[in-house]
Write a protein that binds this ligand. Sequence first.
Ligand code: BTN
Length: 255
Amino acid sequence: TWGLNTLWIGKEIIHKPTVTSTQVVAHQAARDNSPHGTVVIADEQSSGRGRMERVWHSKKGKGVWMSIILRPNIPPYMAPQLTLMTATAIAEVLDQYDGIQPNIKWPNDILIQNKKVAGILTEMQAEQDRIQYVVVGIGLNVNQDNTEIPDAIHYRATSLKMETEKEWPIIELVQKILEGLEKEYESFLKKGFGDVKSKWENYGFRIGEMISLHSGTEKKEAVFLGIAEDGALLIESSKGEAEKIYSAEIDWFVE
Ligand code: BTN
């Protein structure tokens, strides 16, 4: 068993040696009425997916590949806040370990030493103004060597092992992430996003610095002020006011 110390996350766990993507399995399970908090976890994914239709390499036993079904009673526009909350929970877990100082690259890439160690993919099923369910996918690179992440150079990817030169306990990481996520979720529903926002900002990558952003072909350079009460990225506009950005990517370099 997984030895989880949780109330509702992971009460139901679907564990498979190999899947195409835990997202796919989780969507099916959600349509089949799997409860809030169901976790789908795999040792290996043959077609793990990332944001922007990217591939997520998921070698057998080398990382945490899991998807969580949530059925939150919140309006669809708040769903991105769940992703920021998940990123915060993961950063807090990694922060507990000596020698690891995580950052979060907006909206939800977890970095160590300016390289990506984890990503989150949130997919929502909504009808009119009601969320039916959300699948939160978490990919955390744990025990890969640098030859085992094909994008390690181009994509600035890393693993916990690459950063620390030791093997990491995958099951313990799964436990801590799920326990942390349950706590964050409860406080998010009770106290709203404000609490998540300040924790997120503790880890925010390049807050206060000049960043370069792009969305499609549109590019912008501005000072990154922090995140807003609704999770939007805040930059300083040319008029010196705070401007909200909802969808963009922060580039690795400012030209
Ligand atoms: C990203 O950074 O682009 C998000 C990566 C999300 C990867 C995880 S691994 C578990 C789950 N199943 C998938 O196919 N993707 C997510």
